[in-house]
Design a binder for this molecule. Sequence first.
Ligand SMILES: [Zn+2]
Length: 77
Amino acid sequence: MLVCRDVTELVTDFVEGRMSFWDRARFQFHIGMCRHCREYLRQTRKTAALLGEAPPEPPSPEVEAELLRRFKDWESS
Ligand SMILES: [Zn+2]
């Protein structure tokens, strides 16, 4: 499991789309549960947008839900 400190280190890679599938899944899993890191991600995206580094298109809600479902299956197996 990621902790908040991991998220602060990984957030730039996440925003710039430089993460592997499972790293993204773990990151999003934490973001889904942690209000503090959600806010941190939002701020980072805003900053990246202001700097002209448009973040990659986020996955659709359907893709994200599927991803989280698979991740939970993977965690419990
Ligand atoms: Zn957190």
